[in-house]
Design a binder for this molecule. Structure first.
Ligand SMILES: [Zn+2]
Length: 252
């Protein structure tokens, strides 16, 4: 009888310990699974909110976008492509080194391939808290001739014989603003023809050098190249393949 009781006791003890061994890890696994699900959900929510934030920054100033398919060499009105650029077309006002208004209205046109690269550069800048401000874009060849008549100096104006990359619709003159539209300090004004405007000029406040560097590195990342003498001028790297043009935009 005692033996039988002892066997029963040992058997019950074994069943109890086995159940415990099975249940405890089961509960642990379930709770870990729940935790990882909750973390994943939280991660997805954070990711979604970040995407929404990014999207809202990009849409911040965007009007109706022209999303029709275009050829690479087609002239595109940059403002119709995106409302996120700041336009300050200096040659549509007398506020330029010519002291004369040479564009009948303020429009920024470039070749479609250039416009797409510019759009990507601007998105990149916006993620950093800035926007591109445009001073000049495509410049009709006849306007280049007019500029040459006013200032026949190759140090200031490209000779219309060879033309400028602006005449090919593949160069832009730009600076940066913050998201509210305040211009960043680049050390000189646009079209300042002096050594201070050169990329190699370093006797400038650290902040100015950092601003120029940010402008340059982001533009280069998106396929643009610089010229030595003007911090504001950017050529599209393969822009010379486009022909010199005298296309005139409409003013309404
Ligand atoms: Zn230029």
């Amino acid at each position: 009888m005692i033996e039988r009781k002892l066997i029963l006791l040992i058997f019950s003890a074994l069943v109890f310990s086995c159940n415990n061994a099975k249940v405890a890890p089961g509960i642990q696994t379930l709770s870990l699974l729940e935790k990882s699900k909750a973390l994943k959900l939280r991660g997805e929510k954070v990711e979604q909110s970040m995407l929404r934030k990014k999207d809202s920054i990009e849409r911040l100033f965007d009007g109706k976008r022209d999303q029709s398919v275009k050829k690479n060499d087609e002239f595109v009105d940059v403002e119709k492509l995106s409302g996120n650029f700041v336009l300050d077309m200096k040659y549509a006002t007398p506020d330029n080194f010519l002291k004369e208004k040479v564009y009948s209205c303020a429009k920024c046109y470039v070749r479609n391939e250039v416009a797409q690269a510019l759009l990507n550069a601007n998105k990149d800048f916006m993620r950093q808290g800035y926007r591109i401000k445009l001073f000049d874009c495509y410049r009709p060849h006849s306007v280049q001739k007019k500029m040459w008549k006013i200032v026949p100096n190759p140090g200031y104006v490209a000779d219309p014989k060879g033309g400028s990359v602006h005449n090919r619709g593949a160069a832009v003159d730009i600076t940066l603003t913050d998201l509210k539209g305040n211009e960043l300090d680049m050390g000189t004004s646009f079209d300042h023809f002096g050594k201070e405007a050169r990329h190699s000029y370093t006797q400038l406040p650290e902040k100015v050098i950092a601003n120029r560097k940010m402008l340059r590195s982001t533009m280069e990342k998106h396929g643009f190249t610089t010229i030595k003498s003007e911090w504001w001028h950017y050529n599209f790297s393969t822009g010379k393949k486009f022909k010199i043009s005298d296309f005139r935009w409409k003013c309404k």
